[in-house]
Design a protein around this ligand. Sequence first.
Ligand SMILES: [Zn+2]
Ligand SMILES: [Zn+2]
Length: 274
Amino acid sequence: MRIRFWGTRGSIPTPGPRTVRYGGNTACVEVRDASGALLVLDAGTGLRELGMAMLNGGAKGPFAVDLLLSHLHWDHIQGIPFFRPAYDPKSRLRIIGPKQSRTMKDLLGLGMDDPFFPVDIDDLPVQLKIDEMTDASDERVGPFRVRSATIFHPAPALAYRIEADGRSVVYATDTEDPMTGKKNPVIDLAMNADTLIHDAQFLPSDYKASWGHSTIDAAIDVAAKANVKRLVLYHHDPDRTDDALDHIGLQAQRTGRRKGFEVVVAREGLELEV
Ligand SMILES: [Zn+2]
Ligand SMILES: [Zn+2]
């Protein structure tokens, strides 16, 4: 598998001179298996860049896109109306997100309803299918095996384990260690994974309890307990500058080496072989 980061920022896009190197777009990761099949993780503003790269990259449509949403906070869905392949009637887009009290289609549609956006979700030209997943699902999505776990966040949210080509990637963003004597559900989901992409929004000094995010130390702790080969620090705080992330990366890499796994700080444009 190959993964590429199109958005690494949490909460809100942060363009500007202080975030040039790690990027200001919100959550979006491209996953490809060996055959080139595409699975997208989250639809923050980075999704727009992915869509443009697909259209400008020489690959002729129509496209078949499977998109897994961790949850519906803005920084994970705002790219959908700006995803150019969604305006191609020959392309196919399947969106899967966590099941909740209202249907995923209703909820996603709200954000595109008049007067918030001029195109209703039902009027997107793409062949659109919207599905839901629950805790502990185990499904085929194209050539990918996808398993899910409910995580601790103020909105219904899922982490996903994706397997293809004999490799595994776990996507656990917007997750907080329960710290109530309960086991962190990400540990089992990520057990022995090749790559764990994990929320790392906070430092101990700016940690806000029950906001549903992790400190860098908590991400490292989950990676160690799950015995993963590589941890990717992701969903950077909007106030975190490039220089601060350089510093965080060096420290985390040192700790990771001691504990026996690689640590990478996610940045826009980063590509990793899994
Ligand atoms: Zn988020
Ligand atoms: Zn969130």
